[in-house]
Design a protein around this ligand. Structure first.
Ligand code: BGC
Length: 749
């Protein structure tokens, strides 16, 4: 088991810098991103221009030097070879921003004072924007920070499919849907790599649970693997041209993923044409010769001495004993030098310098967050809050002040700016309004199970769910004595964490009871959930008239939330996964196939997420793609450019979106495909296109969505290829998977 230090949040004064080269960072800039969204994002192919130089360098390397390049010789770097001009390859986590500097030989912080970074919204938040332009901004802004920290590779994006709502890393991952997943991943990678750095797309693949992640043997049928678990990886390679991929901890069909010939050689390289490098997850390698032969390039891990790594001394010994050829070793070394040249870490070319924790980057974080908040319920238009006559607001809940940039187990960001919900309200409410804060519930864990935080064999931390009577009373008083009450509930990054899955979907720390009691004394109560993964909020949802969902939402999260509550931002986030009424409705649980033991079979097959709910006619609490706005939209004039297409053509779908309310707003036009007469089993519907559009009040805009007919294909296991079935397809347009407004039927010849 790895031994990571659990770092505590730091709340430091806000420092601002300027001078960033990011192209889009104004908070209130008019957004007309829909045109940009329609242009496909394409990465830069690895260049062949360095081949001859690389051959010459490798000819001069000793086997010891080659081994150094092939494995971590400190926590996040491989060795360089100074005499030949090969630098160390320097990596950093991660998904929420550039991780603080870690010591060279253990997990403790290096104690630097110049490694503060911007904390960006987590993966789920980014996906909830349903805005590819935001994904580019995210990657590009983060790439600049990575360069400013003088790193070569960001261990991100994390794009595993959300198979179970309990998954400890759901907050880090994007979605339950492969299409949304890839459409967010691709621009993110392109934006990142535009800064002379490498993305490391992780965790390849079928790494969908934390329980037993070190060894669990995942069994997935081929069609499901191709249709659900691989598309975002495939697009990351083929479209975004990601320069590296991280091999996962677990096994797939009996083979560890860091020595899995089928996945690393056959699929990744032979089929997809990947030319970059495969880096192992930390301590995920289990062999020397096999791992190299089966496609891994760099072994990373934790426990020094680093020369004991499989690709350290054992590799040198294997080479000397003739167990592995020099040709094989050179192949991997050359790949690594290639990517180093590509990002200008070698070759003496002018490399991007980047910038970090700038005001412009904080504003990027703001912009992304501003499109991620999901309005789940807003009866009687209680939101945005009308402040006339409001003299006091009760702010209730530990989550009003909880910071989430750091915490739990796994990558976090050391940042000088993390605006909490309470701070956001203080910043945005007029000073004449009194804020009555009450913590309400305490974040408490059972002492005996505390050590289980981050213990991969446990199923999540055990919380203490009894409310503290004094805290409860204080919250009730605050709610009673205020004109409006806002409760901040949900989870945090100690509770949702890498290395353990949650035990259930229950709201922790007695929040359910707190919410009910506050609602009882102040009907003008707004419930805000701060979380990265689904929770059982069925009861809360029934009792409250106003429900807002926000995320671990970056440096500016609190300001964004206040701006949403007060109406400066009209919410436009949409759920990137299904919120079930209860856990047993979810496919992995309904089929009793989570978490398995030594092995786990994904029994639901292709019916992951909403595909299951829609096909089995199960009503979710809030469906995939759902989210309200302060305005309303009508869908009119849906049509396609033709009625019938060949499998190589692209279907152009257009629809007019009319803002029928009183305020400007953004809507996500979602396009689902159904083929009810299919000869094979298909989900009731599948997302095949989307576009976010800003429409001003009273006006209308035409949205055009391109659907290449090949997107309608299924993976034909017998023929080993994607096949588009001829016949009729229904294209459904709506603003959530369960709110379809228009349908158009097309024929594929
Ligand atoms: C995680 C990776 C991460 C690595 C380095 C592993 O435990 O699974 O996502 O990049 O640690 O921190």
């Amino acid at each position: 088991m790895k031994n990571k230090i659990i770092t505590l949040s730091v709340a430091l004064a806000v420092l601002t810098f300027t001078g960033c080269k990011t192209k889009s960072n104004m908070v209130d800039a008019p957004v007309s991103s829909e045109n940009k969204q329609a242009v496909p994002f394409e990465g830069k192919e690895l260049s062949g221009e360095f081949d001859a130089t690389i051959d010459k360098i490798v000819d001069q390397m000793t086997v010891e030097e080659k081994s150094g390049v092939l494995h971590g010789t400190s926590m996040f770097n491989t060795a360089g070879v100074e005499r030949l001009g090969i630098p160390e390859l320097k990596m950093a986590d991660g998904p929420l921003g550039v991780r603080e500097e870690i010591s060279r030989d253990n997990w403790s912080s290096a104690g630097w004072d110049n490694d503060f970074a911007t904390y960006y919204p987590a993966g789920g938040a980014l996906a909830a924007t349903w805005n590819t332009e935001m994904a580019y901004t995210f990657g590009n802004s983060l790439g600049q920070e990575l360069r400013a920290r003088d790193k070569d590779m960001l261990l991100s994006p994390a794009i595993n499919i959300v198979r179970t709502p309990l998954g400890g890393r759901t907050y880090e991952y994007m979605s339950e849907d492969p299409f949304l997943n890839k459409k967010i991943a691709v621009p993110l990678i392109v934006g990142l790599q535009d800064n002379d750095v490498m993305a490391c797309v992780k965790h390849f693949a079928a790494n969908n649970q934390e329980t037993n992640r070190d060894f669990v043997d995942v069994q997935i049928d081929e069609r499901t693997l191709r249709e659900i678990y691989l598309p975002a990886f495939e697009a990351s390679i083929k479209e975004a041209k990601a320069y590296s991929v991280m091999g996962a901890y677990n096994k797939l069909r009996g083979e560890y993923l860091c020595e899995n010939d089928y996945m690393l050689n056959k699929i990744l390289r032979d089929e997809w044409g990947f030319k970059g490098i495969v880096v192992s997850d930390w301590n995920a390698v289990h062999s020397t010769v096999k791992t190299l032969k089966n496609g891994l390039d760099i072994e990373m891990g934790t426990n020094a001495p680093f020369d004991k790594f499989w690709l350290g001394q054992p590799l040198i010994d294997s080479a000397k004993a003739g167990k592995i050829s020099m040709e094989e070793i050179d192949k991997h070394v050359k790949r690594i030098l290639h990517v180093l040249f590509q990002v200008k870490a070698m070759g003496g070319k002018d490399r991007a310098k980047g910038s970090i924790a700038t005001e412009a980057h904080y504003q990027d974080a703001y912009k992304i967050a501003s499109e991620s908040v999901v309005l789940l319920k807003n009866d009687n238009n209680a939101l945005p809050l009308k402040l006339d006559g409001v003299k006091s607001v009760a702010v209730i809940g530990n989550n009003a002040t909880k910071k989430n940039a750091l915490g739990g187990f796994g990558a976090g960001v050391k940042t000088k700016r993390e605006i909490t919900p309470l701070e956001g309200l203080k910043n945005r409410l007029p000073s004449s309004i009194k804020i009555n804060y009450a913590e309400g519930y305490l974040e408490r864990y059972e002492e005996k199970n505390k050590g289980n935080l981050g213990n991969i064999t446990s199923n999540g931390p055990v919380t203490i769910d009894q409310l503290d009577p004094a805290k409860l009373q204080e919250a009730i008083e605050a709610a009673k004595n205020s004109d409006v009450a806002i409760i901040f509930a949900g989870s945090n990054r100690d509770y949702e964490t890498e290395a353990s899955d949650r035990r259930n979907l229950k709201l922790p720390f007695g929040q359910e009871e707190l919410i009910q009691k506050v609602l009882a004394v102040n009907p003008r109560t707004i419930v805000v959930m701060v979380a990265g993964a689904p929770f059982d909020i069925d009861d809360v949802s029934k009792k409250t008239s106003t429900l807002v969902w926000t995320w671990f939402n970056g440096s500016e999260g609190g300001n964004v939330l206040a701006d949403v509550l007060l109406g400066k931002i009209n919410p436009s986030g949409k759920l990137p996964w299904t919120m079930p009424k209860n856990l047993m409705d979810s496919p992995a649980h309904a089929t009793n196939s989570f978490p398995g033991g030594k092995s786990v079979t994904y029994a639901e097959g292709i019916l992951v997420g909403y595909r299951w709910f829609d096909t089995k006619n199960i009503t979710p609490l809030y469906p995939f793609g759902y989210g309200l706005s302060y305005t309303t939209f009508a869908f009119e004039n849906a049509k396609t450019d033709k009625k019938s297409y060949t499998a190589d053509e692209t279907i152009t779908v257009s629809v007019d979106i009319k803002n029928t309310g009183k305020v400007d707003g953004k809507e996500v036009v979602q396009l689902y495909m159904s083929k009810s007469d299919s000869k094979i089993t298909r989900a009731a519907q599948e997302l095949k296109g989307f576009q976010k559009v800003l429409v001003t009040a009273g006006n209308s805009k035409t949205v055009t969505i391109q659907v290449p007919a090949k997107e309608l294909a299924y993976y034909n296991v017998k023929a080993k290829k994607w096949t588009v079935e001829p016949g009729n397809y229904t294209l459904k347009l709506g603003n959530s998977s369960r709110d379809i407004q228009k349908e158009v039927i097309v024929t594929i010849k």
